[in-house]
Design a protein around this ligand. Structure first.
Ligand code: GMT
Length: 376
């Protein structure tokens, strides 16, 4: 199949999922065309089945906002015609499903019919999409997609609750490439560079937005380090980072916390981590938690959104109500201060991650593509 994938090229989970999906589809012989405004961060172009087409949005002083949707739908029309693409898979409803629908309409005028699969990722529904400014357009583009998928049951239910959806939403969970995570385990793990003998390593990875409750991460770690000698690795970048750095200084734990910024070496950082913190306000899935588990790292998370579908309470980690810092730190201390318990949580985390292996999830997408093709 020739498939066009539209996604955000940044470090956000939706872009990562879209990129990894495209790479694996290409390995299986499909021709994949990534269409976005810059090269996706995890995209490796060294494969004859992978193409990348950049959407240019020329600046014009009349426009207060440059019309990205227009440029994207025009690029889609051009590339779909040029490469005779069979199917369009858009990740994150805003504005991709809307631009995809416009492209479909333009192509239909020329007698070209192409199905569109829309994958909902989370904030496109729960935070941004439900805003009255966007809601009619999001509802319209979901209802006018040929097939709609969501990355968790929780996100599917939220979508039905928040929008007037007339289509079936199929749940296809996010995935992880277990082989890659296993291979990373054999890389030299430079734990001793990051922590002293006897110290535990706690990690958080995100885009440092408000929804991630970065202050809770710092406060949980503050309580942990009072009881367990430990260090905190903060990976990622975003609007809440500066505040987090200041909080570490205020709490006098700045010498125990490393801020890495964005990194493409997640596996290397996770390979020496003992515990992962994800106390988010809402999380449709929690791909970062799954990436941690695939490296055998247990997770302390909130119980919001799709997190209970990924992190199993008392087995792969613990879940608490959003903002319950006390319980999250107690659970973290309990895992970290007992070597046997820590080891069994690590094993359970890895075992559960195997249920989300790309080799199991990818055929579900291939099936959905076949179904979408049969609709046009
Ligand atoms: O807000 C983010 O964390 C980024 C957002 C995205 O655009 O990638 O993440 C969402 O999609 C991920 C991939 O499906 C999910 O793993 C995240 O849970 C989801 N984020 C939220 O729901 C907050």
């Amino acid at each position: 199949m020739k498939i066009a994938i539209v996604c955000y090229p940044t470090f956000g989970g939706s872009g990562v999922v879209a990129t990894e999906l495209g790479l694996e589809l290409a390995k299986r012989g499909h021709q994949i065309h990534f269409i976005t405004y810059s090269q996706p961060v995890r995209l490796e172009l060294l494969n004859k089945n992978i193409f990348y087409h950049e959407v240019h949005v020329p600046e014009y002083p009349l426009f207060h906002y440059q019309p990205y949707e227009l440029a994207l739908s025009s690029k889609l029309v051009d590339m779909i015609k040029l490469y005779e693409i069979d199917l369009l898979h858009v990740h994150y409803a805003i504005p991709h499903a809307y631009a995809g629908y416009m492209a479909k309409q333009m192509l239909a005028e020329e007698g070209i019919y192409i199905p569109m699969v829309t994958t909902l990722h989370g904030t496109d529904i729960t935070l941004v999409g439900k805003h009255p400014f966007y809601k009619p357009a999001v509802t319209f583009s979901i209802n006018n997609s040929d097939v709609v998928t969501s990355v968790s049951k929780s996100l599917r239910d939220d979508t039905y609750k928040l929008f007037d959806i007339k289509k079936e939403i199929k749940v296809v969970p996010n995935f992880i490439e277990i082989v890659k995570s296993e291979a990373a385990k054999h890389l030299p793990c430079s734990r001793s560079l990051m922590a002293d003998e006897g110290e535990k390593i706690v990690t958080h990875i995100s885009n440092f937005r408000k929804v991630k409750r970065i202050e809770d991460v710092i406060d949980i770690f503050y309580k942990i380090q009072l009881k367990v000698p430990s260090r905190l690795m903060m990976v990622g970048d975003g609007p809440e980072k500066e505040k987090a750095e200041q909080r570490c200084i205020d709490l006098k734990i700045h010498d125990k916390v490393v801020f890495f910024g964005n990194s493409n070496e997640i596996d290397k950082i996770l390979c020496y981590s003992d515990l992962f913190l994800l106390p988010s306000e809402t999380e449709s899935f929690g791909l970062a938690a799954l990436e941690a588990m695939a490296c055998g790292v247990p997770v302390i998370s909130s119980n919001s959104g799709g997190l209970p579908e990924v992190n199993i309470d008392g087995k792969t980690g613990y879940l608490s109500d959003v903002g319950n810092i006390e319980e999250m730190s107690q659970n973290a201390i309990q895992i970290l201060s007992d070597e046997n318990r820590l080891l069994s949580f690590k094993q359970n985390a890895l075992e559960n991650a195997k249920n989300f292996d790309i080799q199991q999830i990818l055929p579900l997408y291939e099936q959905i593509y076949q179904e979408a093709l049969s609709l046009v």
